[in-house]
Design a protein around this ligand. Structure first.
Ligand SMILES: *Cc1c(COP(=O)(O)O)cnc(C)c1O
Length: 419
């Protein structure tokens, strides 16, 4: 068990921020996960949003089986890549050209490189609380104050790299205007989650998104909409344009791989064609466009017709209502649910939460007690506060009704001890 660093391959899995030791899962089917001791849990994490159809949907498993029998990787072009790209473009026509990679991290890192190559500029603006994967330059959040040149969030990231990253405050249009005043001529791109899903769930105000579009255009910077979570989660396609953000580049991941490792980025043809082999920006990958991933993604998209989003909305609204009602009945205050479609942010804090500073006010200790009491009764929530919970299409009202006692126990536990 100790060969893996900290026992895990990704730190948030370690239960570090809620205490205790992680559950080891053996299988998953539909709405439920089963651990190595045979205990069942209602899955409200969905592999961090990737499993929007639930666990191991028959259609995806069958597609992957068939593809596996034909070959696991070619390292050469194959029809499945073009088919998934076509399907994505039909749902999100602004992705005139697409490139597949193997993770969301790679997608955003590469989109930033393209933006720098296209504009010939070096600085990137991101917002505190937004996560864009773990590439060096994007592992930075805000210092104090409205906005500041940033310090690395991680050891091993040279300050010289993060110096090219400017961190603004989410939902702060004036702050962004000031950043553009100061650094406008050197800003290659603004990267933003159109709905933040990595500081709990924090919707962007329409005026903030339109300010990003306006300021970037005026100063000759590109806009990168990071839709690694929101792409195909909130509607069939991307969400940024619906919310009022005009983007030059879009990043995708999670859902579009059907549960296999994936990332993709795309956008305006003129911008994307700065990429090799057409243009001078280099980006490559041995397993990029992997045939199993491509067919899994296509099968996933087949399961996501417009009525699917209506169903998701209903289930997620019912879950939010249950959480709010039970919290009220158990006199848990403050407690706030922020929901956008099937993404739910649970905050033991007074709402609304509009940026990272707000999200930090939420009680971590209360969340940890809530989490463990619910877990003991068979409900698997994100094992860290300030992570989004996700509803899948495999979850129905009966599952939610069955989960209510666990949620109630969670709220009761949250009240005990210190806050
Ligand atoms: C998950 C996520 C990423 C990183 O994707 P990985 O596949 O984990 O590398 C990037 N951006 C956002 C918004 C994400 O939620």
């Amino acid at each position: 068990m100790n060969v893996l660093v900290g026992g895990v391959d990704s730190p948030v899995r370690s239960f570090r921020s809620v205490g205790g030791t992680p559950i080891f899962f053996e299988s998953g089917r539909g709405a439920y996960l089963v651990d190595v001791d045979g205990r069942r849990y209602l899955d409200l994490v969905g592999s961090w949003g990737a499993n929007i159809l639930g666990n191991a949907p028959n259609s995806i498993v069958a597609a992957v089986r068939r593809a596996a029998a034909r070959g696991l990787t070619f390292g050469a072009p194959a029809p499945a890549e073009h088919e998934l790209a076509e399907r994505i473009r039909r749902a999100a026509p602004e992705l005139q050209r697409i490139r597949f990679v193997s993770s969301g991290t790679e997608a955003v890192m590469s989109a930033v490189r393209v933006a720098r190559g296209f504009t010939g500029r070096s600085r990137v603006v991101k917002f505190a609380g937004c996560y864009h994967g773990h590439s060096d330059g994007l592992l930075a959040r805000a210092g104090s104050g409205v906005a500041s040149l940033s310090l690395p969030d991680s050891a091993g990231v040279p300050p010289s790299v993060v110096r090219e990253t400017i961190v603004g405050r989410y939902n702060d249009s004036n702050g962004l205007a000031e950043l553009f005043e100061r650094y406008g001529e050197s800003i290659a791109a603004v990267v933003v989650e159109p709905v933040a899903g990595n500081m709990g769930v924090v919707p962007a105000e329409a005026s903030f998104l339109s300010a990003i579009s306006r300021l970037a255009r005026r100063h000759g910077a590109l806009v990168i909409a990071d839709e690694v979570i929101t792409g195909f989660r909130l509607r069939r396609g991307t969400i940024h344009a619906t919310l009022g953000l005009t983007a030059d580049l879009v990043t995708l991941g999670k859902i579009i791989g059907g549960g296999m490792p994936v990332g993709a980025y795309g956008g305006r043809r003129a911008v994307m064609e700065t990429l090799a082999p057409i243009g001078p920006v280099y980006q490559a990958g041995t397993l990029s466009g992997n045939p199993l991933t491509m067919v899994a993604g296509a099968a996933m998209l087949d399961g996501l017709d417009p009525p699917a989003y209506v169903r998701l909305e209903r289930t997620a609204a019912a879950l939010a209502a249950t959480l709010e009602t039970v919290a009220e009945q158990e006199r848990v205050r403050p407690f706030t649910v922020q929901r956008v479609g099937s993404m739910l942010g649970l905050f033991f804090a007074r709402g609304p939460i509009a940026d990272e500073a707000d999200s930090r006010r939420a009680s971590r200790k209360r969340y940890a007690r809530f989490f463990h009491a619910a877990l003991d009764r068979g409900v698997y929530l994100p094992p860290a506060p300030l992570e989004s919970a996700f509803v899948s299409l495999a979850i129905d009202r009966r599952d939610l009704a069955r989960a209510e006692p666990a949620v109630r126990a969670g709220f009761r536990a949250s009240r005990s001890g210190s806050s």
